[in-house]
Design a protein around this ligand. Sequence first.
Ligand SMILES: [Zn+2]
Ligand SMILES: [Zn+2]
Length: 96
Amino acid sequence: MAYKTNTERIWQQAPKCDCGKQDCNERNHRMCIRCNKKMLYGSHFSIEKLNNSEFAWNVDLIVPKSEGGNTKLNNLVAVHIKCNNSRNRKDGSNEY
Ligand SMILES: [Zn+2]
Ligand SMILES: [Zn+2]
């Protein structure tokens, strides 16, 4: 089995997509748990993609740090950048 990065593991924890498009598979498409819409694996967070992809995603915490959440794998989830709660945190912290 090939080595998987944390990012890949987190991606694979997201719900499967069933849009039926030709490129729809577990590797390319997953669903955002916040808005239930499609994310593209290739649109993982990057500065260039941040502003021009509705499918762009990043890693967020299921239980926020302010509520005692940790950064272990089972508390991490792939969501759209626009759905990422951590971007709106009062302390401005942008870590996982
Ligand atoms: Zn799909
Ligand atoms: Zn979303």
